[in-house]
Ligand binder design. Sequence first.
Ligand code: GTP
Ligand code: MG
Length: 426
Amino acid sequence: TPRSPLSDEQISSPLQVFGQAKKQINKIFVDVQDYVADASERMIDVNKLCPDVINENELKSMLDYRSKVKGICEVLTRDHMKVAFFGRTSNGKSTVVNAMLGEKVLPSGIGHTTNCFLQVEGSQTGEAYLVTEGSNEKQNVESVTHLAHALNYEKQLNEKELVHVYWPKDKCSLLRDDVALVDSPGVDVTPHLDDWIDAHCIDADVFVLVANAESTLMVTEKNFFHKVSTKLSKPNIFILNNRWDASANEPEFLDQFNSQEQVRKQHMERATDFLVKELKVCTPEEAVSRVFFISAKEVLQARVKERSGFPLNSGALADGFGARYLEFEDFERKFEECISKSAIKTKFLNHSQQGKHLVKEMLKIMETIHNRSQEQTHLKMCQKKEFQEKLNFIEQQLISITNQMKMKIHQMVDDVEDKVSKALND
Ligand code: GTP
Ligand code: MG
C-alpha cells in the first residue's frame, strides 16, 4: 500500500527523519509479520486436509521466514543512531558529550577521568540508571557525582567494558530522537585499540575526534582512526578542535586576530589533509563541514545556566564566545544531518533488502503452491468428467438393455397370449 511521504509530518531536526523512517519500516515489517503468520497458519491447515498440495520443505521454509521476520522486527525496534567520541585523555570528550546533552551527565575533570566506555541513551522509564556489562541490574543514578562514584569505586571496570547510562529522554532532544552517545577513555591510555574497534566501533554511524586546539593532532589519535578506516569503509569522522576558548586568552598573541586566524588555518589544513589525503574519507569540499573550532566547556556552562533560567551568555566569558557557540551549533546541525543519513542507510537499507528478499521468496512458495493446487483441481475435474462420461455410457447401455428386455417380454407375453387363446379355441 502507498504510504505518506516523510514530509507529511513536521520535521524540526534531521534526526527526526531517522525516527520517521524507523516508524515506517517498523509498520511495513509488522504487515509482513502478519502476512507470514497468516500464510503459515493457512499452510498448516491446508496440509492437514490435503497433504499432497504442500510439501514439507515449503512448510519449513515458511516457518523459517516467520522467525526471521520476527528477528528483524525485534532488531528494528532497538535500532538507534550511534556516535562515538575518541581522542587523547583530557581533550574534553566527556565535556563535549555533556555539552551536546545540555547538562553535566558524565564525569569530567583533569587527569585520566573516563576509565571505561560509557554509552548514554534515552531511558524508557524516565528514570536515570546505569547497567554494567553482563548484568541486568539497574543501578539508580541520582547525580553525576553518584555516577562517577559508581563507575570509579564500586566496580573494578575494565577499560574495554561498556556501561550503559540511561538518561531521561525528556531532558535532551538527542536522546528523544534515538541517538546513543558513546564516550571513551583516552586513546593514549590503551594498547588494545583493535579490541576497542571490534567491540565499540563497528556499528557506529559517526565518529567524533575530540582534539586539543592548544596542541595539534597526535600520532596516537591518527593511528586510531587509521585502524578504524581499515575495518570500516569510509567512516563518517568529525574533528572538533576543542578548547578554542584558550586561544582568546593567549597572551603571546599580540595581534590577536591574525595569530588566532593563523592557528586556525594551520589546524584546518592539517585536519583536512588527515581526512582527505591520509584517511581518504571525504573530499576537500566536504572536509569544510567536518572540522570545527569549539569550546565544549563554554557551551556546557552556558546551557546549564540557560536551564536554570539565566541568559545563555551570562557569567564571565572569554572573547569570541558568541562565535564559538554558533560554531558548536553549526557542528551539531551538520552532525545531525550526517548521522541521520548514515544510520538510515546502514541500518534500514540492509533490513529493507532482507525484507524484500524474504517477501519474494514467500511469494515464490505461495505461487508454487497455488499452481500445484490448480493443477490438482484440474486433474480431479478431468477425472470427474471421464467418470461421468463412463457413467452416462453405462446408463445408456442399461436403458437400451431394459428397453430390449421390455420388448422381448411384451413379445413373449403376446406370443403366450396368442398360443393360449389359440389353444382355448381349439
Ligand atoms: P578523559 O576522560 O580523562 O580521557 O578526559 P576527557 O577527554 O573526557 O576530558 P574531560 O571532558 O574530562 O575534560 C578534561 C578537562 O578539560 C576538564 O577539567 C574540563 O573542564 C576541561 N575542558 C574541557 N573542554 C574544555 C574547553 O573547551 N575549554 C577549556 N578551557 N577547558 C575544557
Ligand atoms: Mg572523559
